[in-house]
Design a protein around this ligand. Structure first.
Ligand code: MRU
Length: 335
């Protein structure tokens, strides 16, 4: 089974990093040219680039850019802090930056300029490893889909979120290639609509049958017997197996449990945070209220309306049927 994607969300070029600006999808396919680490940090913070594995990959390339301009090792390491401060929940970001810090530490006498090619090589390795992990997850997970499966997914976990074919979407692509997929139900994923804007775009491009639903329709859809399986990604998985993912995931897990529908999480091992015992310790990103009160520039609520906007929620391990990783399918606890 050959699985590939023509979607390239980040691409290294001699003069810097090109980032497909996901804020503009599905309208335009526009690549930002990021030549400096602060531009990379801004792209991550504003969700021009997003998805846990891809955030880590992008930050790793950001360190290669930082080494080109830093006047000292201290300034280079300060760039790692700048990149780390962009988004708190996806542990892949911190994992990738730790790998880059280890490259710096392994060459204690090297000036930043001399470290630049080494940091680029490490970023490329992180990128390639993630692409390979996606393929391994796809191979491990496809058989979990019953023939003709109608799979519900949330947010975007595809080529736009990883270095390869995706995590949950990679498994879905593999199920499709194996002739096992019926269709995919795509949650729109309020407030930033990663499902409607990004997942539906990937599926349309790759001819994967799908239908969009508003997040609040999932209960009725399950009650109607239209969902065989739920498959989502993760931003951070704790030792206990409690995990953070896009806000709305916890609700889906509760609904799947109530309707006795299998609920799977696909994520590379770089998303597992063995330092955290359980979900209570996961830092959940809180984002601007305008993401809820507005859709783009359009105000949806009366001016001055306050809103609550956690970007993620935490799902208890007890609601997870299995974790699909590049090491195979595992049950909680994962560490
Ligand atoms: O805020 P986002 O768009 O970065 O959130 C992304 C998600 O929640 C994904 O499900 C998760 O990062 C896994 S991506 C393979």
């Amino acid at each position: 089974m050959t699985l590939r994607t023509s979607i390239t969300p980040v691409r290294w070029e001699d003069d810097g990093l090109r980032i497909l600006d996901q804020r503009r999808l599905p309208r335009d396919e526009y690549y930002l040219a990021c030549r400096r680490p602060d531009a990379v940090a801004e792209a991550i913070r504003t969700l021009a680039v997003r998805g846990a594995p891809l955030i880590g990959i992008t930050a790793a390339y950001g360190m290669a850019l930082a080494a080109r301009e830093a006047e000292s090792r201290e300034r280079l390491l300060a760039c790692a802090e700048l990149l780390a401060a962009t988004r708190p929940t996806a542990v892949n970001l911190f994992w990738a930056l730790d790998r880059q810090r280890a490259v710096v530490a392994a060459h204690p006498d090297a000036a930043p300029g001399a470290l630049a090619p080494l940091l680029l090589e490490e970023a490329r390795a992180i990128h390639a490893e993630d692409a390979a992990a996606c393929l391994a997850m796809a191979a491990a997970g496809a058989a979990l889909c019953p023939a003709g499966a109608r799979v519900l997914t949330h947010c975007n976990t595809g080529a736009l979120a990883t270095g390869g074919i995706g995590t949950a979407l990679g498994v879905i692509r593999a199920a499709r290639a194996a002739g096992r997929l019926g269709m995919v139900w795509v949650d729109e994923t309020r407030p930033l609509l990663q499902g409607a804007r990004l997942t539906a775009w990937e599926f349309a491009r790759d001819d994967i049958p799908h239908r969009l639903l508003c997040d609040n329709m999932a209960a009725a859809l399950m009650a109607a017997g239209e969902v065989d399986l739920v498959m989502v990604g993760a931003d951070r998985i704790t030792r206990a197996g409690d995990f953070a993912n896009k806000i709305g995931t916890y609700g889906l897990a509760v609904l799947a449990h109530a309707h006795q529908i299998p609920f799977y999480v696909a994520a590379p091992w770089s998303t597992v945070d063995l330092a955290l015992a359980d979900g209570r310790a996961i830092p959940v990103e809180s984002r601007g209220e305008e993401e809820v009160t507005h859709c783009g520039h359009q105000l949806l609520a009366p001016a001055g309306t306050r809103a609550w906007n956690p970007a993620f929620d935490v799902t208890p391990a007890a609601l997870v049927t299995g974790f699909i990783t590049e090491r195979g399918v595992v049950k909680a606890p994962v560490g």
